[in-house]
Design a protein around this ligand. Structure first.
Ligand code: PEP
Ligand code: MG
Length: 750
């Protein structure tokens, strides 16, 4: 049985451990199974000792039997667990550097005579847990284990150890802690107090007692208004100074509403007639919110949540004393439905996490949660609806659960986990190149401004894809030329002269701008990307003018999404020329010579690549959509995810066809879909002649390392071999073997 299969079996058996009293017996069984599965002579798990740094033996097994931290071959003092101090050895190095370390000892290691050893870090997302050490008396014992596979299986092992510790120890220790299960839409951990969105204004109102007189009610109303405006201005300021694009605009709309005399005037009038300030705010807000929610246009209907939100802020601010001032900080929002714009705003206001009821999340919620670094959980458990405002919660996105009223020891454990999350290191400098010096640029895919900053820190060689529909989606509205210009200029400035490719809005498909499109029965085959832009030319030219202005004194590329043929490129070029001439007439500074590119992500564009290439300055292969349209598999359909693979021979042949077509007319071609960050495909891309990849900021360093481990000649051989394969199962087998050959150094010059 393979290591990965053993882990699957253990995960199926996990519920059987629910009644066990300690995690160590679970670990002992697990290492025993791993040792048997890979036919090794020894396996042991070391877990980091509660934040003290040392790696402590928790369970091990060798031919003499099972041992634990007080009873093992290396235990000299039977009162103390066997531990590795942190940085002096292979275990510490594997743990710190997050990589697999292999060792061979031709005449046996000094302690036990092992001739081969493999040390594997156990990590769960950014959280490091410990290491797994496997050893054998044979020298070539682990040659058939692939580093990549063992690393991914080991993160599964880390999950299992954590799940087991929750099931085993906390069901017992947490006395009274309720667990709500769900699925992850955003990684990470959040600790905080519940903020139920279905009861917000009402529950806040219950905590406010009436004032002694009408004058006092009016005075506290004015104070609340002034506080609410001040708070929103502060957040807006933060959004402007920080790395947020539409945030400032979103908060401005709320400020304007509070300044609107007809809105607050109705509240004041009601107080003068004898209502308490709480009742007055509730009435007017509910009335406005209801009117918005009845509007046919969804974009306006959505504003009802903004109004309720204002009501909640104002009522909370009615309470006297600074400590009761309204704040989202340290709160975990519980909501039925959320728009990407809400998620973005809540994140800017310092929310710690979000739990959603029902299957409300679109692909954008997950993409955005990832970019914002916000833990988000989606649950079907109706118990969520009964959680009162202010309840203590722990949200564990990667653990797929929410703890309600966690016991103190669980809180303590999660505090420790949060303190162990290692911040990503800053400022990498490695250049993208193969081991023998062939330059392959590694650029960044950017969705929100925060990604652009991150891209620079991670050593991106520019931005290969900026998804300009994001500001629209975040604001859930169209932005003016001026507003767009500010956002794009900020993106361009983060790169300090490096190339920036701004893609025109890819609205439609799964990137829905609520209320903007006509309902289509098949939006992926509907008015999407360049079709949407060419159907809304005024809007398109606003965007193009904003892009041309943002590209002043910069290396600017403008890229067209979802192009199906040359005609669309020619029409779009006409619009670009018109936009430039508008700016010229207005006497506004702009970039007169942007490079114009097209995405190749529709089969017709892939087949007509030569014609397309002769009308653009560059092409970029969007493997996400190309895979979807070539295989006829919806990229967002979880039930079909086993059929959606960019490693499919057909996709790889199509990519090769595109590259060759582009090369014939000397047009540069890059890859910017998710496949660009698949390390298993890196040799293929290099081998067929790709010299530019664009990936999400957090994968830049790993792709550069991958490039540095291969040489051009090997990559060309691999690509040729891959192109001869016609079946997906054969391709997967080939990729696995090939990755092993690379890992073993058979294919590289190092
Ligand atoms: C793609 O389709 O591969 C791509 C990069 O575009 P998006 O994911 O934004 O559709
Ligand atoms: Mg696409």
């Amino acid at each position: 049985m393979l290591y990965s299969e053993v882990l699957e079996e253990i995960s199926r058996e996990l519920p059987l451990f629910e009644n066990s009293s300690d995690r160590d017996s679970f670990l002992k069984e697990t290492v025993g199974k791993i040792k048997r599965a890979i036919n090794a002579d020894m396996a042991a798990v070391f877990i980091q000792d509660d934040g003290k740094g040392d790696l402590v033996l928790r369970a091990g097994v060798d031919s003499d039997g099972v041992w634990d931290h007080l009873n093992c071959p290396d235990c000299t003092d039977t009162d103390k667990p066997f531990r590795f101090s942190f940085d002096l050895n292979d275990a510490g190095r594997a743990f710190n550097e997050g990589r697999v370390i292999r060792r061979t000892y031709p005449s046996g290691d000094a302690d036990h005579g092992f001739r081969s050893k493999i040390i594997v870090p156990l990590a769960r997302g950014p959280m490091r847990l410990g290491v797994l050490i496997i050893a054998d008396f044979r020298e070539d014992a682990f040659d058939d284990l692939d580093d990549g596979e063992i690393l991914s299986s080991s993160s599964r092992l880390a999950d299992l150890i954590e799940d087991a510790s929750v099931l085993i120890s906390h069901e017992v220790k947490a006395n009274g802690t309720r667990i709500i299960q769900g699925r992850k839409a955003g990684s990470g951990i959040a600790m905080g107090r519940a903020l139920p969105f279905w009861a917000d204004m009402e529950s806040a109102a219950q905590t406010i007692s009436p004032a002694s007189s009408k004058e006092e009610e009016l005075a506290r109303f004015d104070r609340s208004l002034e506080r609410s405006i001040r708070q929103l201005k502060e957040i807006r300021q933060k959004a402007e100074e920080g790395i947020s694009e539409t945030g400032a605009m979103i908060f401005m709309a709320q400020i304007l509403m509070l300044r609107d005399e007809s809105f607050t005037g109705m509240m004041r009038e009601a107080i003068e007639k004898g209502d308490t300030a709480t009742t007055a705010i509730r009435r007017v807000v509910t009335d406005y919110a209801d009117r918005f929610s009845q509007m046919a246009e969804e974009r306006l209907a959505e504003k009802s949540q903004d109004v309720r939100d204002l009501g909640y802020r104002m009522i909370t601010n009615l309470a006297s004393g600074e400590s009761r001032e309204f704040s989202y900080e340290g709160r975990i929002a519980l909501a039925r439905h959320i728009y990407p714009s809400d998620l973005f705003r809540l994140s800017l206001e310092g929310i710690s996490g979000v739990v959603l009821m029902g299957a409300a999340a679109t692909a954008h919620i997950s993409i955005l949660a990832g970019s914002l670094g916000l833990p988000v959980l989606i649950t079907e458990d109706k118990a969520l609806l009964g959680i009162p405002d202010g309840t203590q919660l722990i949200l564990d996105g990667d653990g797929h659960r929410l703890y309600v009223e966690p016991a103190e020891d669980l809180l303590e454990e999660y505090r420790l986990k949060l303190s162990l999350v290692s911040p990503s290191p800053d400022y990498y400098t490695l250049k993208g190149a193969t081991a023998d010096g062939t330059a392959v640029k590694v650029m960044a895919n950017v969705n929100i401004l925060k990604d652009a900053e991150e891209a620079r820190k991670q050593g991106a060689e520019g931005i290969g894809l900026y998804r300009s529909e994001f500001p629209f989606i975040l604001k859930n509205d169209i932005l003016s030329e001026e507003q767009q210009y500010k956002v794009y200029r900020s993106v361009v400035e983060t790169q300090k002269g490096k190339p920036v490719v701004l893609r025109t809005a890819d609205i439609g498909g799964d990137k829905i701008l609520q209320g903007r499109e006509d309902q289509e029965s098949n939006p992926f085959l509907g008015v999407r990307g360049i079709r949407f832009s060419l159907a809304h030319k005024e809007m398109f030219r606003d965007q193009l003018r904003a892009m041309l202005r943002a590209g002043v004194n910069a290396d600017l590329g403008i890229m067209l999404p979802m192009v199906s043929g040359v005609e669309e490129v020619l029409e779009a070029r006409e619009q670009i020329e018109k936009a430039a001439s508008d700016l010229h007439q207005r006497g506004v500074a702009y970039n007169p010579h942007p490079r114009i590119g097209a995405m190749v992500e529709i089969p017709s564009a892939a087949l007509a690549v030569q014609e397309l290439a002769s009308h653009v300055d560059f092409l970029s292969i969007g493997t996400n959509d190309l895979t979807m349209y070539l295989l006829a598999v919806d990229r967002t359909n979880e039930n079909l995810s086993h059929l959606y693979s960019s490693r499919h021979p057909t996709i790889l042949r199509a990519i090769n066809h595109i590259v060759h077509g582009a090369q014939k007319s000397g047009t540069k071609v890059s890859v910017c879909g998710d496949a660009a960050a698949d390390p298993v495909l890196t040799p293929f891309f290099v081998g067929i002649g790709i010299r530019e990849l664009s990936v999400s900021p957090h994968t830049i360093e790993s792709i550069k390392k991958r490039l540095a481990a291969i040489n051009l000649e090997d990559a060309e051989t691999i690509a040729k071999e891959m192109l001869a394969i016609g079946r997906i199962d054969e391709m997967e087998t080939y990729l696995k073997e090939n990755t092993e050959r690379l890992a073993l150094g058979e294919l590289t010059i190092r």
